[in-house]
Design a binder for this molecule. Structure first.
Ligand code: GAR
Length: 188
């Protein structure tokens, strides 16, 4: 069975969906580590509740990305991690991790890439007044949400859509799509 590390900066509802999919047998993987760049992230509480080891760091306490990614890399090697799963990790992955985990880093993004990359993809879609947005799962490269696309699902945006309602629609798609895509990749 493959060992995965989930990286999350926020609430971690996608992390929870991955945990739940492992528990109910839909995803065959060991969640061996949570990495977070926010020491107060709720994702860490989820890890604690599940007995999943976690590594939390504060980027500004390091001189640069190479330094904190070197620390992360130690943790990943210690836990013999096979794949890195980004789940709301709001930092670009640097060359330290990209080199060691080439083709083994996956991200989920709340838009139909290449539309609306970067921060606040949901707000960007509403501001652009598009009628359809969605969710993308993709491999991670050095760019901002630019790696090869693995899977996408559309979401219709209604006339009365709010940020909260669109976020809820997107989350419910993410929570089904991400564990299923991870399962396919880990077993292939
Ligand atoms: C998710 O919607 C994910 O697609 C997005 O952050 C949210 C995290 O929610 N990721 C990005 O925007 C990456 N560019 P969660 O903490 O509840 O899983």
């Amino acid at each position: 069975m493959k060992n995965i590390a989930v990286f999350a900066s926020g609430s971690g509802s996608n992390f929870q969906a991955i945990i739940d999919a492992v528990k109910n047998g839909e995803l065959e993987a060991n969640i061996s580590l949570l990495v977070s760049d926010k020491v107060g992230a709720f994702a860490i509480e989820r890890a604690k509740g599940e007995g999943i080891p976690f590594f939390a760091f504060t980027a500004k306490e390091y001189a640069n990305k190479e330094e904190y990614e070197a620390e992360i890399l130690k943790e990943l090697k210690d836990k013999e991690i096979d794949f890195i799963i980004l789940a709301g990790y709001m930092r670009l992955i640097g060359s330290t991790l990209l080199t060691e985990f080439e083709g083994k880093i996956i991200n989920i993004h709340p838009s139909l890439l290449p539309a609306f990359p970067g921060k606040d993809a949901i707000g960007q879609a509403l501001d652009a007044k598009v009628k359809v947005s969605g969710v993308t799962v993709h491999y991670v490269d050095a760019g901002m949400d630019t790696g090869p696309i693995i899977a996408q699902k559309p979401v219709e945006i209604s006339e009365v859509e709010t940020k909260e309602s669109l976020q809820a629609k997107i989350h419910s798609i993410e929570h089904e799509l991400y564990p299923a895509v991870i399962q396919k990749i880990l077993q292939s």
